[in-house]
Design a protein around this ligand. Structure first.
Ligand code: AMP
Ligand code: MG
Length: 404
């Protein structure tokens, strides 16, 4: 049996960030930038008003006060997106909106709040310093500045700047496209009436959601019956559109374990036992002429989820080019006793009792217990070589709450 770490390393060997492609800006969030970006113009690109008010000459309003306002003639009106048609001469003002270019002749803006809001004449009730309420060209970004470097993970904050410097498309490492196939003749679509022996396919929905949370573009293929030809066809259909194929079910020792049978025949996927609970049967390999990576996950839903967490999430993050690939683990205190198989690493579903203490959740740690999985906020990791933990023991805990 392989250890969790050895199997993860095996799966990660040869996994690299996807080759950069050019994507429209609107599709770039969550992608890693693959080029350095320079500003082709300054930001702001022109002097503009930071307030709705009046563009004036500071000297004209030096004596303005609430009790003795200064009267100026309003000679123009500039909304954002327009330019004034005249300059501000002594004794005049131009009504101006936030973001509109500062008219020639003006050296400050008086906010509308300290005026009477007039449109032909305006009463100014306070003085304004030179430059007041003016956002200067280049005060944010100077033309030619490198505003972002290759390797940046693009979030909303980065997207804003990239748009501001006029980038409608960028070279990025794309999000991997992940095809999720569940297998099992007992599986039906949720919402279908269950006849005896049938169950709703939960794994494919769960894995698509988990893959999306890990940053992939994931999609679901309808469940495939336990038939070798049907499964081979379903996989073949995905080879030209997926960067990673995930399967669930059909990899244990059963007589109808199609996934194992088909991929064993192709000879490119290796099946092994990993010393973990849940999630022992695992498989990894590459298929098709483009060597698309395939990870086969066990069918029991909790096993499938834990396997995804341990192996698939790090693969997706590596393909995206983001760090860290593993979730944060921190030491916590157990509030109850726990048992674990001596030679395996156990990933028990847990919840936080207080900031740094945890307890298991759900009706037992069986690999079919979806109620407990849904309540879990964390995974309690009980290492190999430990079969009993007393209350008060310190354990490593993987926090799952960042997906919320
Ligand atoms: P298998 O690995 O195919 O032998 O499946 C192990 C167990 O997981 C069986 O009880 C299956 O019915 C169940 N199972 C397999 N696939 C799914 C699925 N997609 N959704 C829910 N349960 C599943
Ligand atoms: Mg099955």
């Amino acid at each position: 049996m392989l250890s969790v770490d050895d199997y993860r390393n095996l799966v990660l060997t040869g996994t690299v960030p996807l080759a950069p492609i050019e994507l429209p800006l609107s599709d770039c969030d969550g992608c890693v930038l693959a080029e350095d970006v320079r500003a082709p113009w300054p930001l702001p690109s022109f002097d503009n008003s930071s307030m709705d008010g009046y563009a004036v000459r500071s000297a004209d309003v030096a004596g303005a006060a609430e009790s003795s306002p200064t009267r100026l003639r309003v000679v123009d009106d500039v909304p954002a997106g327009f330019r004034a048609s005249v300059e501000v001469e002594p004794g005049t003002a131009i009504r101006i909106m936030t973001g509109a270019p500062i008219p020639g002749g003006a050296d400050c803006v008086v906010p509308v709040e300290v005026t009477d809001g007039g449109t032909t004449d305006v009463l100014i009730k306070a003085p304004a310093d030179l430059g007041a309420c003016i956002r200067r060209a280049g005060e944010d970004v100077v033309v030619g500045d490198q505003v972002m470097s290759a390797g940046t993970l693009l979030t909303a904050r980065h997207i804003a700047l990239l748009a501001a410097v006029g980038r409608g498309a960028l070279r990025v490492h794309p999000r991997p496209r992940v095809a999720v196939l569940s297998t099992g003749s007992e599986l039906v679509e949720p919402g279908t009436e269950l006849r005896m022996g049938l169950i709703s396919d939960s794994n494919s929905f769960m894995l698509v959601a988990a893959a999306r949370a890990a940053g992939a573009i994931a999609y679901r293929v309808p469940p495939v019956i336990d038939d070798e030809d049907a499964f081979l066809q379903a996989v073949t259909d995905q080879l030209h559109r997926a960067d990673l194929i995930l399967t669930s079910g059909g990899v244990s020792m059963g007589a109808y374990d199609t996934v194992k049978a088909v991929f064993s025949r192709l000879g490119t996927v290796d099946f092994m036992k990993v010393a973990m609970q849940p999630g022992m049967p695992q498989g990894y390999g590459r298929v098709g002429s483009d060597s698309i990576p395939v990870i086969t996950l066990p069918g029991n839903p909790v096993s499938s989820y834990i396997s995804f967490e341990c192996f698939v999430r790090p693969v997706i993050r590596t393909m995206r080019g983001v760090q860290p690939i593993l979730r944060v683990t921190s030491p916590c205190t157990l509030t109850t006793e726990m048992r674990s198989p001596l030679n395996k690493r156990q990933f028990a579903r847990g919840r936080y009792v207080s900031g740094h203490s945890v307890e298991p959740v759900g009706s037992g740690q069986g690999s079919h217990v979806l109620g407990g999985l849904s309540q879990a906020e964390c995974l309690i990791v009980i290492p190999e070589g430990v079969d009993f933990l007393a209350p008060g023991s310190v354990v490593d805990v993987i926090d799952l709450r960042e997906d919320q």
